[in-house]
Design a protein around this ligand. Structure first.
Ligand SMILES: [Zn+2]
Length: 186
């Protein structure tokens, strides 16, 4: 699971914030929607976190929110010079879980399951949920694959989508033979 530690609520400049937020963080009394709006981006999520299905958010040492991840949207931050790329950040899009969902019931309101660290973004194993979680299908459909990179049949869908970018199958073969001649691939 992905685990993110949020700060106390603080104002930010909406013009400089990638999500146009007036504030980020948490304060007592916030609704779940407000917590999500304030804290679902923009995080430096590494490769390890790209296939997680759930994200927990903690404030202090208590879990305040659980989200079932639909997708991660990448945004690139730039310095003053627009040419100067600084960092890739991700915004988590997903469903806010509530009472009755097993992940919510297990974690929200309980002690943070990860140790204290400087980095707000952490990952941890939960055998109960990770084992059935699978990972997003590589074709990009948004479905969860539990048996590999693709939901059954979606490898074909993915490859045909690539072929269609070039044109017909014949055109794809012509293109492929140029970019990767057979004599070089053996
Ligand atoms: Zn798929």
């Amino acid at each position: 699971m992905l685990h993110i530690t949020v700060t106390a609520k603080k104002s930010v400049n909406p013009e400089q914030d990638g999500l146009g937020r007036p504030y980020v963080g948490y304060e007592a009394g916030m609704t779940q929607d407000e917590m999500y709006e304030a804290n679902h981006g923009e995080w430096a999520i590494g490769v390890r976190g790209q296939n997680e299905r759930y994200a927990l958010f903690s404030f202090g040492r208590t879990v305040i929110q659980a989200v079932e991840i639909d997708s991660l949207e990448r945004t690139t931050l730039y310095g003053r010079d627009p040419e100067e790329k600084r960092d890739d950040r991700y915004t988590i899009h997903g469903k806010i879980l509530s009472k009755g969902h097993p992940v919510f019931d297990k974690y929200v309101g309980s002690a943070t399951p990860v140790s204290i660290a400087r980095n707000p973004v952490r990952y941890f194993e939960d055998a109960e949920f990770d084992s059935v979680a699978g990972r997003p299908c590589r074709c990009g459909c948004g479905e969860i694959s539990t048996g590999g990179d693709f939901v059954p049949g979606h490898d074909q869908k993915a490859i045909h989508e690539r072929i269609a970018r070039i044109g017909t199958v014949a055109e794809f073969l012509d293109w492929m033979d140029v970019v990767r001649p057979a004599s070089l691939s053996r």
